[in-house]
Design a binder for this molecule. Structure first.
Ligand code: ATP
Length: 302
């Protein structure tokens, strides 16, 4: 396998007797990349990730993770990956440092515990018992445990579910730091903003298929910007070429444009000539959430 590729999946299928959970998907993840696997409930994400982790058999297809076939479950493979699950059951009475030491015992060459406590922002909590940690601190510890064997590849499942906005941002900083350490990360999350902030590339899954895959630029379609402003005036006053492409809800005007510079120029020239103040004027590139919702809508259209 190309040495720049961490994960290569070709025509992967997982059929249960009653359900085709994964329907022939193919993708690659480059080394050092954060790759987000996204999709609504039941899309097939967990099934795919569990096959990559070696925790589930596949029906057919080729899978290579760091050059290993996960289904063979080689010890070298297990040492090269780290898994951060959505929920972990740890001894509530053990202290952070004790838990880390316990896990370090499972590896031949574990990472330095103090260093890991520091990377994951747990310095002030190293002597806290597990039961005294907040949800966000527990999640940090989960990540620290996932990193203890110094894996090349980390599977991060819903890393910030249940976090408050500030804890979420701290977690994003920590995950970005892992990228700086050269780790490859396969991320699953239901928070589109999180994926957009963290990931280099995205695969949008639905019904066992990958509908779209690529970087943000590659995923954005031609209608790549949204212009919005509030307008109380007479709609007939708006230039015809703008009126034709805008939608109006509750005195808020939204324009989807694949030529935002030109559209904005027409709009602002008109407003200046008419002495109109375009209240709350904003221009935004298409977000991952918009792309995600569009992709699901497309997959439902016969
Ligand atoms: P979520 O976001 O809700 O976690 P997901 O994208 O991870 O969803 P999967 O857990 O991979 O989805 O499930 C995909 C489909 O396969 C679902 O319809 C699920 O019911 C089905 N499925 C998963 N595990 C099994 C199983 N062991 N036996 C039968 N069907 C299963």
């Amino acid at each position: 396998m190309n040495s720049d590729i961490a994960i290569k999946v070709t025509n992967l299928k997982k059929y249960y007797p009653e359900h085709k959970a994964v329907n022939g998907i193919s993708f690659e993840v480059g080394k050092g990349e954060i790759f987000a696997l996204l999709g609504p409930n039941g899309a097939g994400k967990t099934t795919t990730v569990e096959i990559l982790e070696g925790h589930r058999d596949r029906t057919s297809g080729e899978v290579s993770v760091l050059g290993y076939d996960p289904k063979l479950n080689a010890p070298e493979f297990r040492e090269s990956i780290g898994i951060v699950l959505q929920e972990t059951n740890l001894d509530p009475y053990l202290k952070v440092e004790e838990i880390m030491t316990q896990f370090a015992g499972f590896y031949k060459n574990p990472r330095n515990i103090s260093e890991l406590i520091s990377i994951t922002g747990l310095d002030s909590f190293r002597n806290y018992r597990y039961r005294k940690l907040s949800g966000g601190q527990k999640r940090r510890l989960d990540v620290a445990i996932g990193l203890i064997g110094d894996p090349e590849l980390l599977f991060l499942d819903e890393p910030t579910t249940g976090f408050d906005p500030s804890a979420r941002r701290d977690a994003w900083d920590m995950i970005s730091e892992l990228k700086n350490l050269g780790k490859t990360i396969l991320l699953t999350t239901h928070y589109m903003e999180e994926a957009e902030v963290l990931a280099d590339r995205f695969a949008l899954m639905n019904n066992g298929f990958i509908g779209k895959i690529g970087t943000m630029d590659e995923l954005r379609n031609s209608k790549n910007s949204t212009i919005k402003f509030d307008y109380n005036g007479n709609l007939d006053m708006i230039p015809e070429n703008i009126r034709e492409i805008c939608s109006i809800t509750n005195k808020k005007i939204t324009i989807q444009s694949n030529m935002p510079t030109q559209t904005l120029s027409t709009l602002t020239l008109w407003a200046l000539n008419e002495n109109i103040d375009l209240q709350n004027l904003s221009v935004q590139a298409q977000s991952l959430e918009e792309i995600f919702l569009e992709s699901i809508k497309e997959s439902k259209t016969p």
